[in-house]
Design a protein around this ligand. Structure first.
Ligand SMILES: NC(=O)c1ccc[n+]([C@@H]2O[C@H](COP(=O)([O-])OP(=O)(O)OC[C@H]3O[C@@H](n4cnc5c(N)ncnc54)[C@H](OP(=O)(O)O)[C@@H]3O)[C@@H](O)[C@H]2O)c1
Length: 296
């Protein structure tokens, strides 16, 4: 049996949908089972095992404090959810003999790399969000050996606020938008990450450890936006003439520092699962043409 935390979030919703479709036995919880409260988690896990009559094999942590800029002012909340939360879950996994699958981020790096970043690279977060996520990783590693830490980046999905929806909405209503052109990374469809989690849970033989999981290739936010416009127009999601202008990070000030370069090397997960991760443009096309695509 699989326990998914953060089941109503962008990734969690899509993951549960995939588990359901493939008839994998799982239970999902949201913030009503608080990751920052160890005894609440422990009680829930005990009840889950006794009521279902089956053991928890995987705890999948899709819960997080994800408001990157707000975290700069709400350090304590971010730290509790992103650092104490995974610590609690890893200790429960250890007690139950389960494995924890935890989602982490490219923000654990400062963005100064010049080539795709390996899992072994030393962490050097530059924002509060990145620091809390890095500390969450460390807490898991020190609590159990049965962990999968999946670092992803530039995530978008059907059931949450994300760059593709934000820009689609903006480009449908404005004459022009301005997008940063000096930050590089890899847009990642939640479907890709959910599929990887599904494979890990189904195979049960994937070696524990840290894995980078993103779609393939790299781009800038500016070129990502241009691709959204082009595909959005092709599939009838955008019906407005909108100019896309580029700007630099300095011209678009935000509270939290973003990594300038956050392309992750994904060879390790591809060889562990014997898969080829899809190119980000193909993944984006799948997303935009899907009937679940729905800009709020
Ligand atoms: N979005 C990105 O671009 C991105 C990039 C890299 C990595 N990631 C990582 O990917 C993972 C999934 O991100 P996402 O965008 O899907 O997140 P999301 O949509 O913000 O969902 C996070 C979920 O966490 C739950 N949650 C918050 N506080 C909680 C608490 N105290 N106890 C239990 N649950 C709590 C919320 O549950 P309720 O809905 O019930 O309140 C929410 O649904 C996160 O670990 C994030 O750090 C995201």
């Amino acid at each position: 049996m699989i326990w998914v935390l953060g089941c109503r979030g962008m990734l969690g919703s899509q993951l549960c949908e995939l588990f359901q479709k493939n008839k994998l036995s799982y239970t999902g919880t949201g913030s009503e089972v608080d990751v920052t409260d160890f005894s609440e988690l422990e009680n829930f896990a005990d009840k889950l095992e006794s009521s279902s009559g089956s053991k928890i094999d995987f705890i999948v942590n899709c819960s997080a404090y994800t408001a990157v800029d707000k975290a700069e002012d709400e350090k304590e909340s971010a730290q509790k959810i992103n650092s104490a939360g995974p610590f609690n879950l890893a200790r429960i996994a250890e007690k139950k003999g389960a494995a924890i699958i935890h989602i982490s981020t490219d923000y654990v790096f400062d963005g100064n790399a010049i080539q795709p970043i390996l899992e072994t690279e030393k962490k050097s977060p530059a924002s509060v969000y990145g620091k809390t996520k890095a500390s969450g990783e460390d807490n898991i590693i020190s609590s159990t050996q049965r962990y999968y830490i999946l670092r992803t980046a530039w995530l978008y999905g059907f059931y949450g606020k994300n760059f593709v929806y934000t820009m689609t909405k903006a480009m449908n209503s404005r004459e022009s938008v301005k997008v940063v052109c000096d930050q590089k990374g890899t847009p990642t469809n939640c479907s890709t990450l959910a599929q990887v989690i599904f494979e890990i849970c189904s195979k049960k033989t994937v070696p524990y450890g840290i894995y980078n999981v993103t779609d393939a290739g790299q781009t800038t936010w500016f070129d990502f936006c241009r691709e959204i416009y082009s595909l959005g127009t092709k599939y009838g999601r955008i019906s407005n003439n909108c100019a896309i202008n580029s700007c630099t990070t300095d011209e678009y000030p935000v509270k939290a520092k973003r990594p300038a370069y956050s392309v992750l090397d994904t060879s390790k997960i591809q060889s562990a699962l014997n898969i080829k991760l899809p190119d980000w443009k193909l993944s984006l096309e799948d997303f935009i043409k899907d009937e679940r695509f729905s800009v709020k």
